[in-house]
Design a protein around this ligand. Structure first.
Ligand SMILES: Cc1ncc(COP(=O)(O)O)c(C=O)c1O
Length: 463
């Protein structure tokens, strides 16, 4: 008699099916709610609270492993036959509450069903979202097509780890707004298309809908890093993207208490590579198989911190976007600034597409004008790189740090920090000049931020 024919195991599977149905009912109920309600509750409802001794806040399951009632329950869990968490490198209840919430937020209003895999950092999410497509069993000649306007870590992952170390042909698109430039680089050996929008730090805007159409014509997935937008402003799955990644360390986890990442996928990911399970439910596939084996699990305490931040996401994205627009307008009018990069400014090349794509979720019903352009901007200081350093060094309220999306405003000079390692050629490709200051606007009053920037520019002799 095989184990699968075991009576007790059948009973465990039956109980698992009931548990799965219960989770699906909670998801279905929340899909009918508004964005803010989902952000506050996720799938942690009253029944779930009662199963957690009545705790109204999601408990932190800090222990590494789950106790099982029997050998059958253990076997079924480790064979992924029933919902379980087993071991925190594979899954964890606190982390799962974050995954459920982010899957609902990313698919909000789209009619799509999405799933999420939360990881220990944004970079691990990008690695886990992309590496399953680089499977040599589908051939060793492979290429990827990616927007060069991206975070320095992503540039290094693709160019060094995938390109130099593994021989993947990395095809960079510099002008990410030019859809024909993307199409020209995709061919029958392309494994995925990757774009960051708006991009860090050059604030380039990509037309997600148009890129998804191009990628799908070639049967390759479109993966979008929407860290700078957050699902409160942009939900790429609804525009046709297959997978969305975020550095949750940023605005999603704005208090700054955790480094985390997420990948969210829709069902039926377009891909000519990989097994059926990858196409049907990519995030779950990655979590249960490659994720289990690579092990980039998020710590449960960090998951709890992210849950608390997520509850106020929409309000923060709104406030930070309004503040960023005010600051961008000030900088654009300042004689000490050569150029401001912010999609919210009508002078910005990405303004048209951003106005169409980036809208504060649920704003139509509540606030009228729904366009919001996010919290990140860049400005090039008149007088060159040394003048930019002088302005940067004189900031007295805005922190100098390689960070963004925080409730506290922070600034950096990307060429000497986040984008230092990619070298001069990489920085030209990514449009990261040495005089560019990146500013992430937080929740302070914009007048105080403007006063700080004003005194820094004046003190540096940039008038
Ligand atoms: C757009 C973007 N994606 C990904 C990352 C990487 O995220 P993490 O630092 O959480 O690994 C960053 C980090 O700054 C980022 O700005």
């Amino acid at each position: 008699m095989t184990v699968m024919e075991h009576d007790a195991l059948a009973a465990v599977r039956e109980a698992g099916a009931a548990e799965r149905a219960r989770l699906e009912a909670r998801r279905a109920r929340m899909r009918r709610m508004r964005f803010d309600t989902i952000a506050v509750h996720g799938v942690y409802d009253m029944e779930e609270a009662l199963r957690n001794q009545g705790a109204i806040v999601e408990p932190v399951y800090a222990g590494p492993a789950q106790h099982f009632a029997s050998s059958d329950a253990m076997q079924a869990a480790l064979a992924y036959l029933v919902p379980a968490w087993a071991y925190s490198r594979i899954a964890n209840p606190t982390v799962a509450y974050v995954e459920e919430t982010l899957a609902l937020l990313e698919s909000y209003g789209s009619g799509l069903e999405a799933s999420a895999y939360v990881t220990s950092s944004g970079m691990s999410a990008i690695h886990m979202a992309t590496s399953p497509f680089l499977d040599v069993r589908h051939g060793t000649r492979m290429n990827i097509v990616a927007g060069a306007r991206c975070y320095g870590g992503t540039f290094m992952l693709f160019s060094q780890r995938y390109g130099a170390e593994r021989g993947t042909d990395v095809r960079w698109v510099s002008d990410v707004g030019d859809v024909s430039a993307w199409e020209a680089l995709i061919d029958s050996e392309t494994r995925f298309v990757f774009v960051e929008t708006p991009s860090n730090p050059s604030l380039a805007v990509a037309d997600v809908e148009a890129l998804a159409a191009v990628a799908h014509r070639h049967a390759v997935p479109l993966i979008v890093d929407a860290t700078v937008a957050t699902p409160a402003l942009l939900r790429p799955l609804a525009l046709g993207a297959d997978i969305v990644v975020h550095s949750v360390s940023k605005c999603l986890g704005a208090s700054g208490a955790a480094i985390a990442g997420v990948l969210v996928s829709r069902g039926d990911v377009v891909s000519w590579t990989g097994p059926d399970a990858l196409r049907e439910d990519f995030a779950t596939y990655v979590k249960l198989l490659p994720g289990r084996d690579h092990g980039p699990a998020l710590a449960p305490a960090s998951a709890a911190s992210v849950l608390h931040d997520l509850r106020t996401l929409r309000a923060r994205a709104d406030q930070m976007s309004r503040g960023a627009l005010r600051v961008a307008q000030f900088l654009e009018a300042h004689p000490g600034v050569d150029r401001v990069r912010y999609p919210g400014l009508p002078s910005d090349p990405g303004h048209g597409v951003a106005s169409r794509q980036m809208r504060l979720v649920d704003a139509e019903a509540r606030d009228g004008a729904p366009e919001r352009f996010g919290y990140l901007l860049g400005f090039e200081v008149a007088g060159g790189p040394m003048a930019a350093r002088r302005v940067f060094d004189r900031l007295g309220l805005v922190f100098r740090a390689t960070d963004l999306g925080r409730v506290k405003s922070v600034a950096t000079i990307p060429a000497i920090s986040t984008h230092q390692q990619q070298g001069d050629v990489g920085r030209v490709l990514g449009a990261v000049p040495e005089d560019l200051v990146r500013l992430s606007v937080g929740c302070e009053h914009p007048d105080d931020l403007i006063a700080d920037l004003d005194q820094a520019l004046a003190g540096a002799g940039c008038m």
